[in-house]
Write a protein that binds this ligand. Structure first.
Ligand SMILES: Cc1cc2nc3c(=O)[nH]c(=O)nc-3n(C[C@H](O)[C@H](O)[C@H](O)COP(=O)(O)OP(=O)(O)OC[C@H]3O[C@@H](n4cnc5c(N)ncnc54)[C@H](O)[C@@H]3O)c2cc1C
Length: 384
């Protein structure tokens, strides 16, 4: 006999992982996804995501990274496919940058293997023009996840455990009366015992009362250059990388062929003067065109810090962050109703955690109580 009937609203990153974990625990799962499985209109576009233990956002995230890392590897083994590519990660920045210091502090306090080097040593080892006086920190456990294969593996596993998946099914409303029900755009009303909302950037529109005024959706641009062919071998041998400093938090991947052939980079957090003026966007109306002003800061970054990566931009795409004020996630039940749970506000750093979040959310849904590891993401933590 199957367990409770659970509807997952949003079959993207966290919805796929939660459906997999719920199905593994015996729930009767239906996933409703408004677009296709893996698409460009949410927060998982762009083919690759960094996984790292040097967690400047807080050492408290490191156990969750480790759990997710193990789960991604197990899923990859089962799928017979590489989901996680272990390249190592190099971060560099000025000694007095608090986030860079936070990354090093997380390594120290959580026992993450890391290697600190001065600018000259970093320049010898990587094709990065680390400025004199800065340092670099290399963590061998860093790498990247292959988005499409990761999400396909989660979906395949979930379906093999009995989950049903509907794409092109947009949820208009989640109604929590005597029995939770989900209203679709076509007028169908689907009953369930429990509902999980993992709607990403569309969460504030779907459940405006969950975190009123607290979730900000931001537009981000990912771009790929075509570097000088003479530089390609060096760029392909790079670890994933990130820079802290006056250009903000800029990061990238080795030269490769994941989705697009090229050298991929993006800005995660712009410099404070730019970030302070940044307005939230409506995901239904966001400007998806790429403008010269989107690419100019990335070109300037390459010219200054990574000249080997310079070249014509061959591709760029828009992706959406859903940010909480602290950038910590928000995972909790709907106020006053433990039959409906929400996992959102992944603030541009959630992908790596997906299977670990999925199993925690599944436990919360099926027991009615958030496991200890989710307490840090309670709605109340974002009050004030
Ligand atoms: C440019 C960029 C770079 C990033 N880099 C990294 C990185 O290097 N490392 C990392 O760990 N994280 C990274 N992230 C963050 C990570 O990708 C996100 O935190 C994660 O994908 C969020 O997952 P989600 O399930 O909340 O959103 P999504 O994956 O977007 O899933 C939400 C799903 O809900 C669906 N949906 C919404 N509303 C409805 C509705 N009404 N009915 C039905 N379906 C609905 C959407 O179509 C979507 O498929 C990055 C994000 C971006 C944008």
């Amino acid at each position: 006999m199957r367990g409770p009937k659970v509807i997952v609203v949003g079959g993207g990153t966290m919805g796929s992982a939660t459906a997999w974990a719920l199905a593994a625990r015996g729930a009767e799962v239906t996933v409703l996804e408004r677009f296709s499985h893996v698409h460009e209109y949410g927060s998982h576009s762009g083919y690759t995501r960094i996984i790292r233990e040097s967690y400047h956002e807080g050492a408290g995230y490191v156990p969750l990274v480790r759990r997710a890392d193990a789960l991604w590897r197990a899923l990859g083994e089962k799928a017979g496919e590489t989901l996680l590519v272990r390249t190592g990660m190099v971060e560099f920045g000025p000694e007095d940058d608090p986030d860079y210091q936070g990354a090093i502090a997380a390594c120290v306090s959580a026992g993450v293997e890391h290697e600190l080097m001065d600018a000259a040593a970093a320049r010898r080892r990587f094709p990065i023009a680390v400025p004199a006086g800065w340092t670099a920190c290399f963590t061998p456990s860093g790498g990247y996840l292959r988005v499409g294969p990761c999400l396909e593996a989660l979906k395949r596993e979930a379906m093999s455990l009995g989950a049903a998946w509907r794409t092109g099914a947009r949820v208009r409303e989640v109604a929590l009366g005597e029995r939770p029900r989900v209203l679709l755009d076509d007028g169908a009303l689907l009953p369930a015992d429990q509902v999980v909302v993992t709607a990403g950037a569309y969460l504030p529109g779907l459940l405006p009362g969950f975190m009123p005024g607290k979730l900000k959706v931001l537009r981000r641009v990912l771009a790929w250059t075509r570097p000088d062919p003479a530089e390609i071998d060096r760029l392909a041998a790079m670890p994933v990388w990130a820079s802290f400093g006056p250009a903000g938090f800029v990061y990238g991947f080795p030269y490769g062929h994941e989705g697009v052939t090229g050298f991929k980079l993006a800005c995660h957090v712009p410099p404070p003067e730019v970030g302070a003026a940044e307005a939230g966007v409506d995901p239904e109306r966001v400007d998806r065109a790429i403008h010269p002003a989107d690419l100019a800061p990335l070109a300037a970054f390459l010219a200054e810090y990574l000249p080997a990566g310079r070249g014509e931009f061959v591709h760029a795409t828009v992706c959406l962050y859903t940010c909480t004020p602290s950038t910590d996630f928000v995972i909790d039940h709907v106020p006053g109703d433990r039959r409906a749970w929400v996992a959102g506000g992944f603030s541009g750093h959630g992908f790596k955690f997906a299977p670990a979040i999925g199993e925690l959310v599944a436990d919360a849904v099926l027991t009615g109580a958030a496991p200890e590891a989710l307490r840090a993401f309670a709605r109340a933590r974002h009050a004030g």
